[in-house]
Design a protein around this ligand. Structure first.
Ligand code: ZN
Ligand code: MN
Ligand code: MN
Length: 287
């Protein structure tokens, strides 16, 4: 039996008004898990946090019902960019993101591995691992883990197969600094059928054999506007896309994954009431 009370369930939450405001909103909406951007996700640089911002975030978080927090990195960062200028900017920005997580006491920085832009997959994977090794070296002793998000494989984006994720991890020196996030819309678009019970079992088994379930620290719960294997990344409300309620029923009733935080990244307005609806749908699928 799945214990509904203990689930770590929430959504990507707006930080408009500052990081502490996200805690207020997430808590008000009843989330037990939350994802945020630690800065404007479309800009390279960010103003450092003030002591007060850090204090407010931490005190509000510990007084809230939120028991899991993750930061999603900026969309500009590409840890295997083919342009050396963008690569350098990305590495600097990524290290800054690790710093910001550490300051806020957030244990995971979720990131998209990167898009090689034509240099090739092998070369791209090597470059991503090199970027991570540099970043971990520059943030020695930090607790924050680099969380590799499985991608849909759109364009030249890497990380669309469990084998690629494994290759990246194998090339990272500090293994205790890496973890993995499965985005349901991404794996589905990448060709993993999580909709049928058999396909779901096969996917989880493959993940466990190749990457290891012990490294899986988060789920992004998104239905997909695009079909299985389409390699196109478009998020849809739970039950309204190609994965459908069937697919999410598989996940929500999987005892092995009960403890893993589940975060929505589905379309939403300012008040995020859509998230509350999607959480209701997810909970209703539990047998
Ligand atoms: Zn993402
Ligand atoms: Mn995602
Ligand atoms: Mn996506």
């Amino acid at each position: 039996m799945i214990n509904k009370e203990k689930l770590l369930l929430g959504a990507h939450t707006s930080t408009s008004g500052g990081v502490a405001s996200a805690v207020n909103l997430a808590d008000k909406l009843g989330f037990t898990a939350m994802q945020i951007f630690s800065k404007n996700n479309n800009r390279w640089a960010a103003k450092p946090f003030s002591e007060k911002e850090i204090y407010d975030f931490k005190t509000k978080l510990s007084a809230s019902g939120i028991r899991f927090t993750v930061v999603h990195d900026s969309y500009l960062i590409n840890l295997c960019a083919s342009s050396s200028e963008i690569l350098e900017k990305s590495r600097v920005a990524y290290i800054d993101e690790l710093n910001r997580c550490e300051q806020l006491g957030i244990p995971y920085l979720n990131f998209h591995p990167g898009a090689h832009g034509g240099t090739g997959e092998k070369e791209g994977i090597k470059l991503i691992a090199e970027s991570l090794n540099i970043a971990h070296e520059k943030t020695k002793g930090f607790k924050v883990s680099s969380m590799i998000e499985v991608t849909a494989g759109q364009g030249t984006a890497l990380g669309y197969s469990f084998e690629q994720v494994r290759e990246m991890i194998d090339l990272v020196g500090e293994k205790e600094r890496v973890s993995v996030c499965i985005d349901t819309a991404h794996v589905f678009a990448a060709g993993y059928d999580i909709k049928s019970p058999e396909g779901y079992e096969k996917t989880i088994k493959e993940f466990d054999d190749i990457v290891g379930l012990d490294l899986l620290k988060c789920f992004h719960m998104n239905d997909s506007k695009k079909a299985l294997g389409s390699r196109v990344d478009r998020h849809e409300h739970i039950g309204k896309g190609f994965i459908g309620k069937e697919g999410f029923r598989n996940i929500m009733n999987d005892k092995r994954l009960e403890h893993i935080p589940k975060i929505l990244e589905t379309p939403k307005g300012k008040e995020q009431l859509e998230d509350v609806e999607n959480i209701k749908v997810l909970k209703s699928l539990i047998k």
